[in-house]
Structures are given as structure tokens and as C-alpha cells.
Design a binder for this molecule. Structure first.
Ligand SMILES: [Zn+2]
Length: 241
């Protein structure tokens, strides 16, 4: 299965077209308080004009996860990967505005596709990641999209007979998901998420980065098991598969 470039209409830029004053203020501020551009190191603002243009020109990606369409604002590679890591691991919140604008638009589009209203569920960050960061990046994305209400799927211990993944409560000493082969990853992930109060409801699932897709597929399974229907998955970025 290949990820496909997805045309995003209307054209979306990372700079807020609806808030040009904010962009102008940031440019003026950068004259007095320049920082290193995360993308190229130029002394400018968090993301210089040239790197913002590069970001805007990168196409979004769409792929199937658990039989559901996943819209990702970006491919998780190069500049996007750098921005995500600076945000999540080094707390560079000044890149958030440029990085999450397109994702927020995708979330709004997904919600518009469910005219009777959809429940927004966040794929929970790993316990370890959340403890280290102290924040959930997906909450930031949803705030940007104007979503006031969202919930997270609940992590539970893996069913008896499966090895405890390293990113689950109590599973701090096991091997991380990256070290597992594909079959082991699926086996270790099935049954580890629970969706609540979604029976008969349309659901939009949101995550920051989708790599193998195993966790997002588990989220889809959990919603279905609880009687809900996933109408769309949205992510900031996905790897090419
Ligand atoms: Zn730059």
C-alpha cells in the first residue's frame, strides 16, 4: 500500500491567511529578537520565509489505516520531521503555528463531512512520551482547529498472553515498539485501547505522527468494538509506506 499525495483544496498555507496581522507582527519581532530558523539555522524567526515556502509546497499524504482514510497534512520526512521533533522533544512551541495550520484545516474538513456531528478522539501519546514532554501535541492541534471538546482513547493493559509493549502502563522495561517486527507489533497492540461513549456515533480520530499505522489501526478497532464508526483519521504527518 502506498501513500499518495493528496491535493488539498482550497490551497492552505502554513501562515494564517486569515490573520495577516499576526504574521506581520512576527516578522517585526524577528528584527529585534531573531532566533535560529529550525529548518536552516538562518538568524530570523522560528521558521524563515524560505523554509515556510518549502513547507507550504510539500503535498499532504493520504493512506488507508484499518480500512479508514487517513489524511495527513505532511509526509514525515526532512523539514517536517525536524519541525515535529523540535516541537515534541525540545519544546519549540514557536514552530507550532507553521506546522499545525494545515492539520487544523484537515480536522475541520473531517468534521464537516459528518453533518450530524462527530466525536473527536485523540490517540493517546505513549505514557513515556507524555511523561517526558508534559503535554499532548494533539491537544494543541485541536485547539488550533477550534475543537473545544475532545477525548482520548484509554490505554489498558494488553490482553493476557501478549508481551507488554514498552509504551503501556507498567510496561517500562519491555522492548519499544520500534524494535519489534510487524507481526509482534500488531499482536502486542491489539486490545490495548478502549473507546468509551461512542456507540452509534461518528468518530474522527486524530494523532500527531503515524508511522507503522499499528496504533491508529488499534484505535479504529477500539471505536468499532464500542459501536462507533470512524469517518476519518487525521494526522500532522505520516511516513511513506
Ligand atoms: Zn529557514
Amino acid at each position: 500500500m502506498a501513500t499518495l499525495p493528496v491535493p488539498l483544496a482550497p490551497p492552505i498555507t502554513s501562515a494564517d491567511a486569515d490573520r495577516p496581522w499576526l504574521d506581520a507582527c512576527s516578522s517585526v519581532l524577528a528584527l529585534f529578537l531573531p532566533v535560529e530558523c529550525v529548518g536552516c539555522g538562518a538568524s530570523d524567526r522560528a521558521l524563515c520565509r524560505r523554509c515556510r515556502r518549502t513547507l507550504d509546497a510539500l503535498p499532504g499524504r493520504t493512506r488507508l489505516v484499518g480500512g479508514v482514510r487517513l489524511d495527513a497534512a505532511h509526509e514525515y520526512d526532512g523539514l517536517v520531521r525536524t519541525l515535529v521533533l523540535e516541537w515534541k522533544l525540545r519544546g519549540r512551541v514557536d514552530v507550532v503555528r507553521d506546522l499545525t495550520g494545515r492539520t487544523a484545516t484537515l480536522v475541520r474538513a473531517a468534521l464537516a463531512a459528518a453533518p450530524d456531528g462527530a466525536v473527536v478522539l485523540r490517540v493517546p501519546p505513549s505514557v513515556r512520551g507524555h511523561r517526558q514532554r508534559g503535554f499532548d501535541p494533539v491537544v494543541t492541534v485541536l485547539r488550533r482547529a477550534g475543537v473545544r471538546r475532545s477525548r482520548t482513547l484509554r490505554r489498558v493493559a494488553p490482553p493476557i498472553g501478549t508481551a507488554p509493549p514498552g509504551n503501556l502502563p507498567g510496561g517500562t522495561t519491555g522492548h519499544g515498539q520500534k524494535e519489534r517486527n510487524a507481526l509482534e507489533r500488531v499482536a502486542a497492540t491489539v486490545g490495548t485501547l478502549v473507546a468509551e461513549d461512542v456507540a452509534g456515533r461518528d468518530v474522527v480520530l486524530v494523532d500527531d505522527v503515524v508511522t507503522t499505522g499499528v496504533t491508529m489501526a488499534e484505535a479504529v478497532r477500539a471505536v468499532r468494538a464500542a459501536g462507533g464508526r470512524v469517518v476519518r483519521c487525521v494526522a500532522v504527518a505520516t511516513v511513506e509506506v
